[in-house]
Write a new protein. Sequence first.
Length: 144
Amino acid sequence: MTILDTNLSNFVGYFEFITDDCGFLLPSSQKERLETLCRDLKNAIANHRKGEMQKLSEDAKREIENLPDKIKIILACRDGIARAYQIEPNQARAMEAKLWQMIDAMRRDNEYEAERLFRELAQDIRPYLEREIPTVSIATGLTR
């Protein structure tokens, strides 16, 4: 798998999450575009069509930029939680539960609850965005 394939796979994951779990926040035309783009990305990756992958990558970036602010906030929280999982998985699980509560509050049009949960979540995530992710180094004792 190339770096381009990996980036496109990230877009596929984003778009599946957005359409499946946050689709209620999208206009129907945008949701349909994301579903089509996701399907096209999967096909291009599966068939190793590099030229198509590059075009779709640009389309995907444009779609990400055009997402509603609420979805951008959800994605930013999700990325912060993914980073926290690499540092403190137990804390990340608690933050993930709070994220799902926030999405549910948005789904129920409970803006007050969604805003409260977002403020808590942002405060929980902030330290993980500022910390360096530990890397694993394995000493083999082998030399050239």
